[in-house]
Design a protein around this ligand. Structure first.
Ligand code: FES
Length: 123
């Protein structure tokens, strides 16, 4: 267990480690993101958290970056490394790999991704 000093943190990355994303390479994506953050000396600024299912399994492996609220889909080790460089280091989200982004009235679906079912349906 650790208790990190977060005073320099400016981004929080949620990496889905739910069962579907883990079958789609979630462990490798997690390690790729963390290794790339460390190799770029960004550990103080970027905090990562492994999560359970984020409810977008068809998009797996899912990675979410805050404060932007950019939901990345189909992340692989290669995409993960490029996302760290472009988005987390240079501040340029990789739009073509983002399924949802924040809009004025909620979240906007991008890149022709599956809309999904309404909450409460499909149980
Ligand atoms: S397991 Fe990752 S979104 Fe469901």
């Amino acid at each position: 267990m650790a208790t990190w000093n977060l005073t320099e943190m400016n981004k929080h990355v949620l990496i889905c480690n739910g069962s579907t994303c883990m079958r789609k390479g979630g462990e490798e994506v997690t390690q790729a993101i963390r290794d790339e953050i460390t190799s770029r000396n960004l550990d103080a600024k970027i905090h990562t958290t492994r999560t359970r299912c984020n409810g977008r399994c068809k998009d797996g492996c899912v990675v979410v970056v805050y404060p932007e609220a950019d939901w990345y889909f189909e992340m692989t080790e290669e995409r993960a490394k490029k996302m760290v460089e472009s988005h987390l280091e240079k501040g340029k989200p990789v739009k073509e790999w983002i399924a949802y982004e924040r809009s004025e009235d909620g979240m906007k679906l991008l890149n022709g991704r599956f809309k999904g079912i309404e909450k409460g349906e499909g149980k």
